[in-house]
Design a protein around this ligand. Structure first.
Ligand SMILES: *Cc1c(COP(=O)(O)O)cnc(C)c1O
Length: 321
């Protein structure tokens, strides 16, 4: 097997992100709940995509790209963070976004504007249309002597998922400093890369820890996540079998992707009022609702150590339908 450190990346995030115990939530749920503050990755308003972009943008540069193209919904945190990281590296970002949800100048669209990103909306529900448009843009760029690098939605390809394998190695080191072992990690499953990387990372560095992904979208993650785990494992020449049944999912999508749910909204208020920490309605609020639902169904023992991954999303808080 390869060492993770053998795969090159560009440092972009401020690491390690903080990890500490949530005393009030722990008392409320009668177990030990910790938080990993990946909302504090240190670029723009922070968030999980920065770790993925460390690998993806290294690859972009290695291929000689000066433009980076990516996609998502109108309020995509991933697209916004891609623009922010591209700026830091002196690259240009073109964001080809679905014209769905809040596409007016609110939330992440304010940030995209400040960042100077080239935002192009496509009126479609199908990513195939978006990727076709990205191909066209890359052809135009090439005819002008530039090179575009395409990042699929969420950066959820094997290379991007390595960012979360690396995050778990960071968590393992922090757990050792705190002299504890984590029994559970709970993270969001939005396009699957964070979950896949975290689950593979747990296999490598924290074997006794169970990773649960909380679905905030309806895609078939029971296939997508193990598939992405296998592709990510292949980059490391890790060849132990990864079965579809190894992946744990809880569904908290509610009325739909990027549509606030009553459980998610209640969970946001619970964490804000117990700990003074802010979640978002699209990803982390629903994910924390998943953790609360697991706690009330008896998934955690009183002496368990449970880690909640705060993956960011602050920009979306100001663009709620
Ligand atoms: C993208 C995103 C997620 C989900 O991560 P995936 O790797 O796409 O599953 C979770 N939280 C926030 C804030 C995000 O922007």
């Amino acid at each position: 097997m390869k060492k993770l450190s053998d795969i090159p990346r560009i440092p972009l995030a401020l690491l390690p992100t903080p990890l500490y115990r949530l005393d009030n939530i722990s008392a409320l749920l009668r177990t030990n709940v910790y938080i990993k503050r990946d909302d504090m990755t240190g670029i723009s308003l922070g968030g999980n995509k920065v770790r993925k972009l460390e690998y993806l943008l290294y690859d972009a540069r290695a291929q000689g790209a000066d433009y980076v193209l990516t996609t998502g919904g109108a309020q995509s945190n991933h697209a916004m963070l891609t623009a922010a990281c591209a700026n830091k590296l002196g690259m240009h970002a073109i964001l080809v976004l679905k014209k769905r949800g809040v596409w007016e100048k609110k939330g992440n669209q304010i940030l995209n504007d400040l960042l100077g990103a080239d935002v192009r909306f496509v009126d479609t529900d199908d990513y195939a249309d978006i990727y076709a448009m990205m191909d066209e843009i890359c052809k135009d760029l090439a005819s002008q002597g530039h090179k575009g690098y395409r990042i699929p939605v969420g950066g959820s390809v094997a290379l991007g998922s390595l960012g979360y394998v690396r995050c778990v190695s960071e968590i393992a080191a922090q757990a050792e400093q705190l002299k504890l072992r984590f029994d559970h990690i709970v993270c969001a499953t939005g396009s699957g890369g964070t979950h896949a990387g975290t689950a593979l990372g747990a296999r490598l560095y924290m074997q006794d820890c169970k990773v649960t992904g909380v679905m905030v979208d309806d895609d078939p993650f029971d296939k997508i996540v193990p598939d992405l785990m296998r592709k990510t494992a292949a980059l490391l020449d890790y060849d132990e079998p990864i079965l579809d049944t190894d992946v744990n999912l809880v569904n908290m999508v509610g009325p739909g992707y990027a549509k606030p749910s009553p459980e998610g909204d209640a969970a946001i208020r619970t964490l804000a009022q117990a700990e003074g920490l802010i979640l978002d309605p699209v990803y982390t609020g629903k994910t924390f609702a998943g953790l609360l639902a697991m706690a009330s169904s008896g998934a955690f023992k009183s002496d368990d150590n449970v880690l909640f991954l705060h993956s960011g999303g602050a920009g979306g808080l100001f663009a709620i339908l």
